[in-house]
Design a protein around this ligand. Structure first.
Ligand SMILES: Cc1cc2nc3c(=O)[nH]c(=O)nc-3n(C[C@H](O)[C@H](O)[C@H](O)COP(=O)(O)OP(=O)(O)OC[C@H]3O[C@@H](n4cnc5c(N)ncnc54)[C@H](O)[C@@H]3O)c2cc1C
Length: 475
């Protein structure tokens, strides 16, 4: 036994010696191969290709995937048949794309991930519009996607000096990205103001005004506060309105993310309620000034300041961070009850409406597309209310599909009707001068609104087309 063990060790030692010595070739002095590097777009330090973080400033390099993508101006190179592509690291598994896809079976859920079946995908792009986290794009088989994004630099500053854009509005979705970008923008605001003399004005002003109180805006506000800048956050709805309006309760935070003045944000039960509660507590504890119910309509240059025009007046600021998200400002009906949680201006998850009484309001393509998605939900009662006489503002394809579902009795169409009031369990509608009361769980109002890019263009921000590798995405 002893000899067997000794023999085994001797053999192993011999093998290790041969391995270390090489295959018999004469030993060469070892030359260390220099791995290629590139300058960090933010601080200029050398970053090794494929590194996740900058070794100097610590910023995740993914933060610059849109910023550093090439701007394109020429016609799109068509490389083949258009197909949807789902970005696996962005997909939150909500299934909205599956519900919005007009091709049966072209998009399927595999576990928590949406998967495109190439042979069935016709590249309609409904899934791109439906995806709440911008994880899908349509590509033509070429190695790149074309995306329309506001032009920003590595500090998230636009071509309008002193005006920054962060979060989903800049082209990248997800809560963690929004938090990181908000923080980085305020860091830069601080550096830009550091050591400069504050301009004088007879009117009160702040160092930085932040527009939008989603994850990007709140993080920007907290970082500004942490750096002792005077700050105000202006929000058209209520605190973190986009997250508040998720139709479902679950959300996904893939990893903890550092929030200024708070620490690592980690939502244990992954519910939107707990995230909202965390935000509310942080705002209360830090005293971050958030003005809700005030909509920003314009930002104009005024000497050393930017003037933020709002629905309630205006605010003078040295710098402005726009964290508007992508949902824009939906037009409202202006009827009693519209402020209730059961009222939506967008549908992002069809299955949340399964088995419910849903009233859709509107006569354009977005209203019709919402109807067409909802009729496929099991046991959903769908009523469509429009004040016009006919569905004459919609695409031919949508009109035909709508007629089919109306004829099949899957939708009740109420032309020349108007919603008068929304109550907890009913909707009051006037049709032909008669008041009708419908059982109702949800109201979806799709009557247009102000898209965020339209506002940016009014502010003088350049919107450009960029090409991203097909594996990447932008909103
Ligand atoms: C249904 C759904 C599910 C999602 N699930 C997840 C998930 O599980 N995990 C994840 O990481 N991400 C998820 N996302 C995406 C995530 O919510 C967004 O990426 C994130 O909220 C973007 O943050 P933001 O601050 O850039 O914009 P938003 O959160 O959209 O905030 C923008 C804010 O600006 C306000 N605003 C807009 N215009 C004006 C104006 N003119 N004046 C004043 N205020 C204005 C809005 O009211 C809003 O409060 C989901 C999104 C949806 C819709």
């Amino acid at each position: 036994m002893i000899w067997t063990t000794l023999g085994f060790f001797a053999l192993t030692a011999l093998m290790i010696w041969f391995h270390l010595r090489g295959s018999g070739a004469p030993a060469r002095p070892s030359a260390s191969v220099a791995r290629p590097t590139f300058p960090c777009p933010r601080c200029g330090a050398k970053v090794t290709v494929n590194s996740t973080f900058c070794p100097s400033c610590g910023v995740p390099q993914s933060a610059f995937e849109v910023v550093s993508a090439l701007e394109v101006t020429g016609p799109e190179v068509v490389g083949g048949v258009p197909k949807a592509a789902v970005r696996a690291d962005m997909c939150v598994g909500c299934g909205t794309c599956v519900a919005s896809c007009p091709e049966e079976g072209a998009l399927v859920m595999r576990g928590k991930l949406a998967v495109v079946i190439d042979a069935l995908c016709k590249g309609h792009g409904e899934c791109v519009r439906g995806c709440p986290v911008s994880a899908i794009s349509v590509t033509t088989g070429a190695a790149v996607n074309r995306v329309r994004v506001p032009l920003i630099d590595a500090n998230f500053e636009t071509n309008v000096p002193g005006l920054y854009i962060v979060g989903e509005l800049g082209g990248r979705g997800l809560i963690k990205n929004a938090i990181n970008e908000g923080k980085m923008a305020s860091e830069h605001v601080y550096k830009a103001l550091e050591g400069t003399e504050a301009p004088t004005s007879s009117e009160p002003f702040v160092d930085v005004a932040i527009v939008g109180s989603g994850p990007a805006g709140l993080s920007a506000g907290l970082e500004a506060m942490r750096r002792h800048l005077s700050v105000v956050v202006i929000e058209q709805g209520s605190l973190s309105d986009t997250v508040r309006k998720y139709p479902r309760h679950k959300l996904l935070l893939a990893e903890p993310v550092a929030v200024p003045l708070y620490g690592d944000l980690w939502i244990a039960d992954a519910s939107k309620e707990s995230l909202l509660q965390v935000w509310e507590t942080i705002v209360a504890n830090t005293g971050l000034p958030v003005r809700t119910g005030e909509r920003v309509t314009a930002v104009t240059r005024e000497g050393a300041f930017l003037r933020v025009e709002t629905s309630l007046g205006s605010q003078l600021a040295r710098k402005v961070v726009l964290a508007l998200g992508r949902r824009g400002t939906p037009r409202k009906l202006g009827v009693p009850g519209e402020e209730m949680d059961k009222v939506f201006y967008d549908i992002v998850e069809m299955e949340a409406f399964a088995g419910k009484h849903v009233l859709i309001v509107g006569g354009g393509d977005s209203a019709i597309e919402s109807v067409l998605g909802l009729v496929n939900q099991p046991d959903t009662t769908v009523t469509l209310s429009y004040r016009g006489k006919a569905w004459d503002r919609v695409k031919e394809r949508n009109r035909e599909k709508l007629q089919k579902v109306i004829d099949a009795g899957k939708v009740t169409s109420l032309l020349e009707s108007s919603v008068r009031e929304i109550r907890a369990d009913v909707a009051v509608i006037e049709v032909d001068g008669e008041t009708t009361i419908l059982p109702n769980d949800f109201v979806v109002i799709r009557i247009g609104g102000d898209a965020p890019f339209a506002m940016l263009e009014r502010l003088g921000v350049r919107i450009v087309e960029k090409e991203l590798p097909t594996g990447a995405k932008a909103g």
